[in-house]
Design a protein around this ligand. Sequence first.
Ligand code: NAD
Length: 310
Amino acid sequence: MKAIVTGGAGFIGSNIASALEGKNARVVIVDDFSSADFKNLRNFRGEVITQDINEVVWEKLETPDVIFHQAALTDTTVTDQKRMMFNNVEGFRKVLRFALERKVRLVYASSAGVYGNEAPPQVENGRLSPLNIYAYSKFTGDQIAAREFKNSKSLIIGLRYFNVFGMGEQHKGTAASMIYRLAEQMRSGKQPRIFHDGEQTRDHIYVRDVVEANLKALETKENGIVNIATGKATSFNRLIEILNDVLGTHFAPDYFDNPYDFYQKSTQADTTLAQKLLGFKARYSIEEGIHEYLPILYQLKSRKVASTKV
Ligand SMILES: NC(=O)c1ccc[n+]([C@@H]2O[C@H](COP(=O)([O-])OP(=O)(O)OC[C@H]3O[C@@H](n4cnc5c(N)ncnc54)[C@H](O)[C@@H]3O)[C@@H](O)[C@H]2O)c1
């Protein structure tokens, strides 16, 4: 199998590229390294094209069997609308055009951000209310993709990732998962800082499950856009309990006022369609994911997971 992974030097893309190589696929990464980390690719043996997806001469590329499109500006606090739309939407349009012309399967990353503050559980055909320009760029990408569903000779599968965490996200700074950011604060001896009153919730999904969802999308025979999540919501207060348990610490949260007016209060996915379309169900609960991730990241002795299965 030949695969192109855009954004393959980033967090999720590098995990996908590595899983594909593990299955003996020939992988070409296209990444402009604008928010990547070469360390994610130290074990990667395929080709790396360092270029902006808006500037790639797509006609010159060999036809792959599949494209995993992950490249995007992923910082939800970026307010430069022109930059975000040009990067995420016009870039996506070019990748989509290439896939359609070559009749190639396209699996692309969308985001739970498209739901905004719609009440959970968020379902794919429910209302969409993007709250910031990042979420709007993903919402627009989904509209562009869906317009092709009827007549396309390529299979197009959009994966609306919820909050992803795991190895390979360390370069993302303030756009990294709250799991990583809070763990870093606690590791440096500080109280974990969260917004009042800590009862906001997130549907966190471990990157290994996200990779699995992408691999499942290789098999599906139908177009569609599906939620990729566990279907379980966890409050930030509970998240700190889990982190204390894994890190062997006893920190209380340090609450502060939320300065953002575009903040999602609660995310929790309806995962029915992912099961139906992809046969995908997350294998890791948040506890299990964190109990695997942080001991690898910080070279800790693994502690026993005190949790239920997803
Ligand atoms: N991490 C999450 O929790 C999450 C949640 C929902 C959706 N997503 C989506 O998943 C995808 C991967 O995100 P990630 O968390 O791995 O972020 P990331 O920033 O680590 O990866 C994005 C990669 O895309 C590259 N890139 C950005 N613009 C590019 C361009 N114009 N041309 C070529 N390369 C470009 C960056 O250099 C980076 O390597 C993104 O599309 C993101 O919107 C992520």
